[in-house]
Design a protein around this ligand. Structure first.
Ligand code: FAD
Length: 482
């Protein structure tokens, strides 16, 4: 008797290599129906933003191409996931539905319901770990609690066995005799009506192959210097794998294993130190997912409830200036414009702009998180929440509140020649390095020579950092002492 078809439900695992759900379906035997279901309303309060949707469109297209290379294809649907899967199971006579887990609270609830419904139909519904090195429930403190501090968390992860070796891409993906109906990808309307996405398309190549190539490039060109260069937005010092990781075009297990293999083939201390630090950054990603899993309220609420009383400012004008990259602080404006144009921002600059919003402007971190959510191509509920709460001081293992980033000294330290600012704030390009991070201190002659008129060609700072810092500390003292 021939084996019934299996449905592989693709979600944030848009790859065919190291895809446990797909590998299990192949091993099971029988035809495979790969499906993507567009259901933004099931994402709770955080349906994908505009920049993420651009990436998703191209990533789905690349996945379909990879499947077609294996004589398969991607079936695209939109609507309620449970209804669509039940319909597909019935129509195709499928005996199994496999998928890789997601950890966002709304998605976990949905997936549980879907699993129960499919099992009630007699279907083998199973989920797998396709996007983390360690499941969030596998790591716990000696007391059996979740971790809230990174260092012991990562130590506990490293004490476990090494993550499993990745699954190779299947040699064959058997097709069903009849394919179910599919929408054209364009019908999902993921791309913008007016094409503001040119900068994103120019900056990135989407899809599984591009992700693998990007990892190799990073390991060959940059990992040896990663420890020192990772904080410099003016150089290509980091992997830029975050959107690929978010959409599952590459798995952390593949990164882990490729990095270890790369190290085995190189000599020199730099590579080992760089690789260790790089893998620890993957550890921060694991930590974010650990927190999201154990504290599912954190995307919308402070982890430390002491901050529920924080006197945030309601300042629409300042928020707009921040969003547009018009604060008058060059490193902040460069970051916000890089984000708007390419859908990405360097980690050091994310911390600087987030500190500026939440401390210099005392605007609620959720306003920043929402803006990032709409504009980042790597917008990720676990990482974005953790990044914002960490910077604002209300998260796990957060930066102490009084450590308020000074946007001038941060700029001078991490963009010493001002090249990053020059790239994204071209109206300041002719200023010498000495003034590029503080144009208001340049003399009138120097400003004229550089073609800068403060308040006209470039904004006067919207707040005075020293005064803003005092205001933030006072606000914090008010909640600290209660
Ligand atoms: C306010 C704020 C918001 C953020 N929002 C997001 C987000 O929505 N999505 C996102 O992926 N990252 C987010 N980050 C974390 C970090 O900035 C990005 O992961 C990193 O800049 C991506 O660049 P990369 O791939 O070159 O990183 P690398 O330095 O090459 O690091 C490798 C990978 O490790 C992970 N990683 C690195 N740093 C962190 C970190 N601090 N926390 C968690 N994971 C990390 C990422 O998956 C990254 O791709 C945020 C950070 C801050 C401060």
């Amino acid at each position: 008797m021939s084996t019934s078809p299996a449905i592989v439900w693709f979600r944030q695992d848009l790859r065919i290599e190291d895809n446990p759900a797909l590998a299990t379906a192949v091993k099971r035997g029988g035809p495979i129906i790969p499906v993507y279901i567009h259901a933004p309303e099931e994402e709770g309060e955080w349906p994908a933003g505009a920049a993420s949707n651009v990436w998703l469109h191209h990533s789905l297209s690349a996945l379909d191409a990879s499947l077609q290379d294996k004589h398969s294809r991607l079936i695209v649907r939109k609507g309620r996931s449970q209804d669509i899967l039940e319909g597909l199971v019935r129509d195709a006579g499928a005996g199994a539905v496999y998928w890789n887990r997601r950890y966002e609270p709304a998605i976990r609830t949905r997936d549980e319901t879907v699993k129960t419904a499919l099992r009630d139909m007699g279907c083998d519904a199973m989920s797998f770990n396709g996007s983390l090195l360690f499941e969030p429930w596998e790591i716990e403190s000696k007391q059996g609690d979740p971790y809230q501090v990174f260092t012991p968390f990562w130590k506990a992860c490293l004490a476990k066995d090494d993550p499993a070796e990745p699954f190779p891409a299947p040699r064959k993906i058997p097709a069903p005799n009849d394919w179910p109906a599919s929408l054209e990808l364009d019908a999902l309307r993921l791309l913008p009506g007016i094409s503001w996405d040119e900068g994103i398309r120019e900056a990135w190549s989407m899809g599984e192959r591009a992700a693998a190539e990007q990892l190799i490039r990073f390991l060959e060109d940059a990992v040896a210097d990663y420890d020192s260069a990772r904080d410099r937005p003016d150089i290509l010092g980091t992997s830029r794998l975050s959107p690929h990781l978010h959409f599952g075009e590459i798995s952390p297990r593949q990164i882990w294993s490729t990095t270890q293999n790369h190290l085995a083939g190189t000599t020199g201390k730099g590579a080992a130190k760089g690789a260790e630090k790089f893998l620890a950054e993957l550890g921060w990603r694991e930590f974010s997912y650990h927190l999201l899993y154990h504290f599912p309220h954190v995307p919308n609420e402070n982890l430390r409830d002491q901050f529920n009383r924080f006197p945030w400012a309601d300042d629409e004008k300042a928020l707009r200036a921040w969003q547009k990259g018009m604060t008058g602080y060059p490193i902040v404006d460069a970051g916000m414009r890089e984000l708007w144009t390419t859908g990405w921002m360097h980690n050091r600059v994310r911390m600087i702009v987030a500190s500026f919003l939440t401390k210099d402007l005392i605007i609620h971190w959720l306003e920043g998180a929402r803006w990032f959510w709409d504009t980042l191509v790597d917008a990720d509920l676990a990482n974005n929440t953790q990044g914002w709460q960490w910077t604002a001081g209300c998260g796990a293992d957060a930066a102490p509140y009084f450590r308020i980033f000074n946007p001038v000294t941060q700029g001078e330290r991490y963009d010493p020649d001002g090249d990053y600012v020059r790239q994204w704030v071209p109206e300041l390009a002719n200023l010498p390095p000495k003034w590029i991070h503080k144009p208001w201190e340049a003399s009138e002659v120097e400003l004229i020579e550089a073609g800068v008129t403060l308040g006209d060609t470039y904004p006067i700072p919207i707040v005075d950092h020293a005064q803003a810092r005092e205001r933030a500390l006072e606000a914090y003292n008010a909640i600290k002492n209660k």
